[in-house]
Design a protein around this ligand. Structure first.
Ligand code: PLP
Length: 459
């Protein structure tokens, strides 16, 4: 029985010549079409062998499946999705969204020549990092600044250039793993520095640092515990005290700030996230943070601090291997301009999303529910909790709203899959058998698209 069916599967060449397939995919490149035909026929063969098919599909149905497969092959792998998870800095979905101003700056610099390493006033070679250094020092109060590819690279170069061959003292409560196997102890080792852990997981005192200082000590390092919190009976040492101790012994005070907010998040009701300015004011010598977490700019590692140390970093051989390209600099300069002009909360999508008032979110969820109703899809507005994400402010959830769909014709899992694989890919959440579309991270202009995608997915 199976063998008979297998013999009846059409040949690849026959299908490629067939007018039915031509009707469905006339304009598709032949190489892709051939791959789609082979893929579809292989799948069919597997189904028959597994006993999952007891008849061949008609020519029309087969060609339709091939066309769908070919269309998927033509889609770019890196493509836009709609984030309906309510996680603002979603690392898997691209972290911070760039502002319109940043995206425009990138486009201009990408498509034309620029002053990347050209001093236009003197008419001679200029400095790549000069475009953002002035803005960074003005905004943070630091003496000097420069930028590498991401914050992981920033930490690597700081430790390599300033502490190799010596010891770095860090609190046990701050030995974090950020994800993607970036662990503070391992990084130190690979930079040629020896980690001296002090204190306990929940408590570290100034005397712990002081007691560990020896002839080999090069630096005291504070690491922001971005993605976790130790709560309860805890104690850590204030930045100012750490800095005073370091300087009394001729040591460098380093801080890996992680998220690195320039904006006071208390204004959004988010507590305990230090600003970059706080760290600079405390007297830290070298500070690093990400460009695409709470700053809301492009992927970058921003390093600020005392000129004598930043100069050493700028001239270290690793710097050349970690240098940022013109698109990053264009986006970062535009992002920083928004802060400098006082318009960051309006311009920067990350801050806009974190600061959206609850009434606005409820109204947006209600609008989505009514757009869905117009398409014949039943949904209701429900209160939910959103997250900052990106390993920032892990303990505090943001009160928000979602449109909840309880599909009658299929499971929430099936709806999730269909939405993820649809023409407009939508990534939402499943909760107690309901499919939730968190509206904080959906742009207003995308609401009709989301409603249409749900309707299509349920079809
Ligand atoms: C996120 C983070 C990093 C890594 O930053 P990237 O920009 O993702 O490379 C390093 N240290 C801390 C504390 C972080 O939170």
């Amino acid at each position: 029985m199976n063998h008979q069916l297998l013999r009846e599967i059409p040949k690849v060449d026959e299908l490629l010549r067939s007018s039915t397939l031509g009707r469905f995919c006339g304009e598709m490149p032949r190489v892709l079409l051939a791959e789609a035909v082979r893929g579809e026929l292989d799948a069919l063969r597997r189904d028959i062998l597994a006993g999952a098919a007891d008849a061949l599909p008609g020519e029309e149905a087969l060609c339709r499946s091939i066309a769908r497969r070919a269309k998927r092959l033509m889609q770019p792998s890196l493509r836009p999705v709609i984030n309906a998870t309510g996680v603002v800095l979603h690392t898997n979905l691209g972290r911070a969204l760039m502002s319109e101003r940043s995206a425009k700056a990138v486009q201009q610099v990408a498509m034309g020549y620029s002053t990347l390493e050209y001093d236009i006033e003197k008419g001679q070679r200029g400095e790549r990092y000069s475009h953002v250094e002035g803005l960074l020092t003005r905004l943070t109060g630091a003496e000097s600044a420069f930028v590498v590819n991401n914050n992981a690279a920033a930490v690597l170069i700081i430790l390599s250039a300033l502490t190799a061959g010596g010891e770095v003292i860090t609190s046990r409560g701050e030995l974090v793993e950020i994800g993607g196997s970036f662990r503070v102890p391992d990084i130190m080792e690979s930079c040629g520095a020896k980690l001296r852990e002090v204190g306990t997981t929940n408590k570290t005192h100034l005397s712990d640092y002081a007691g560990a200082i020896c002839a080999d000590t090069k630096a005291l390092m504070k690491v922001h515990t971005s993605n976790f919190r130790i709560v309860g009976f805890t104690e850590s040492v204030a930045r100012e005290e750490m800095v005073a101790l370091a300087h009394a012994h001729g040591l460098i005070a380093i801080e890996d700030l992680g998220s690195g907010s320039l904006y006071d998040l208390n204004r959004f009701g988010l507590r305990d996230e230090p600003t970059v300015q706080d760290s600079v004011r405390s007297g830290m010598d070298v500070i690093s943070f990400s460009g695409d977490k709470l700053l809301g700019g492009p992927q970058a590692g921003i390093i600020i601090g005392k000129k004598e140390y930043i100069d050493i970093l700028k001239h270290h051989p690793l710097t050349r291997a970690m240098r940022v390209d013109k698109m990053t600099l264009a986006a970062l300069e535009a992002t920083l301009m928004s802060y400098a002009e006082g318009g960051a909360a309006e311009d920067i999508p990350t801050l806009r999303m974190l600061g959206t008032p609850e009434e606005t979110l409820r109204a947006r969820a209600e609008r989505l529910v009514s757009l869905l109703a117009e398409k014949g899809v039943q949904a209701e507005t429900v209160p939910v909790e959103d997250q900052v994400g990106g390993g920032s402010v892990p303990m505090q959830l943001l009160p928000s709203y979602a449109a909840a769909v309880c599909p009658e014709s299929c499971s929430a899992d099936a709806l999730e899959t269909a939405l993820r694989l649809g023409d407009t890919a939508v990534i939402g959440r499943i909760d107690h058998g309901r499919y939730l579309l968190h509206v904080r991270t959906i742009l207003d202009a995308d609401l009709p698209l989301v409603a249409a995608a749900v309707k299509e997915a349920l079809r």
